[in-house]
Design a protein around this ligand. Structure first.
Ligand code: NAD
Length: 213
C-alpha cells in the first residue's frame, strides 16, 4: 500500500498514518502551516523524530515557518494510497468480526469493507451494515471479483492456518491477523498481528515502570 517507500525506514512508514490524521485535521480547520513542536505535542512523537521522518520525503521545515500543511498532506495521501480505495474483506463474522463490520472505517473514505465470509449457516446469506456475508467456499472467486487483496482475519485460532492457505490461493497480499495463531505465509504476503492482551500488558508495564511525573 505504501508506495515509493524504498528509502523510508519501516519505523517512519508506521508513523505516517498518525501524521496523516492530524495534518488532515489541520487542513480541514484551514491551518496552512505547522511546526514540528506543535505536531510533536499533538501526535506524541518527539520533534527530532518528526523532523527526521519528514526529511525522508523531502519536507524540510523552515525555521520560524514550520511545514506547509497541504504539501505534506498531498505527499501522505499519495504515499498511503489515500487517493485510491482499498477493498477489504472480513473473514469470520463472530464477536470481533461483527464489531469491525459495524465500524467499517467510517472516518476513512479510502478503506472499505466490501464483503465478509463465515461458515455459520445462520450468518451466510445475510447482510449487515450493507455488507453481504458469504460462505467461505465462495471466498476465492469473490475476493478476486471484488479486487480484494487485504483481509482481516477474525476466525477461531485453530481455523487460522487453513483459512490463510485458502486466502493465498485468492492472491491476498496483506492479512491483519487478530487470531493468536502464528500463521505461515510466503515472503510476498505481509501479515500484521494485532494482540490486545500484549498491548494492555505493555501499557501496564509502562505505567508501573515509567510513571508520568
Ligand atoms: P467468535 O467465535 O465469536 O467468532 C468466530 C467466527 O468465525 C464465527 O462466526 C464462526 O462461525 C466463524 N468461523 C469459524 N471457522 C471459520 C472459517 N474457517 N472461515 C470463516 N469463518 C469461520 O470469536 P471472536 O470472539 O470474534 O474472536 C475471533 C478471533 O479473534 C479468535 O481467534 C480470537 O482468539 C481472536 N481475538 C483476538 C483479539 C485480539 O486482541 N487480537 C481479541 C479478541 C479475540
Amino acid at each position: 500500500m505504501i508506495e515509493e517507500t524504498g528509502k523510508i525506514p519501516q519505523a517512519t512508514a508506521k508513523r505516517l498514518p498518525l501524521y496523516h490524521r492530524y495534518l488532515k485535521y489541520l487542513h480541514e480547520s484551514g491551518k496552512e502551516r505547522v511546526s514540528s513542536a506543535e505536531l510533536s505535542e499533538a501526535v506524541k512523537v518527539d520533534s527530532a523524530t518528526i523532523r527526521r521522518d519528514f526529511s525522508y520525503f523531502g519536507a524540510l521545515g523552515k525555521k520560524g515557518y514550520g511545514y506547509n500543511v497541504s504539501y505534506i498532506l498531498d505527499f501522505f495521501s499519495k504515499t498511503l494510497s489515500q487517493d485510491k480505495q482499498t477493498n477489504v474483506a472480513i473473514i469470520g463474522v463472530g464477536n470481533l468480526g461483527t464489531a469491525l463490520l459495524h465500524y467499517n472505517f467510517m472516518k476513512n473514505n479510502n478503506i472499505k469493507i466490501v464483503a465478509a465470509f463465515d461458515v455459520d449457516a445462520n450468518k451466510v446469506g445475510t447482510v449487515q451494515q450493507n455488507i453481504p456475508i458469504y460462505h467461505l467456499n465462495d471466498m476465492q472467486d469473490l475476493l478476486k471479483e471484488n479486487k480484494v487483496e487485504v483481509v482481516i482475519l477474525t476466525v477461531p485460532s485453530d481455523e487460522a492456518q487453513t483459512t490463510v492457505d485458502r486466502l493465498l490461493e485468492a492472491d491476498v497480499k496483506g492479512i491483519l491477523n487478530f487470531t493468536p495463531a502464528r500463521i505461515s505465509v510466503p515472503k510476498h504476503v505481509r501479515v500484521h498481528h494485532i494482540d490486545l492482551t500484549t498491548e494492555l500488558q505493555t501499557l501496564i508495564y509502562f505505567l508501573e515502570n515509567y510513571p508520568n511525573k
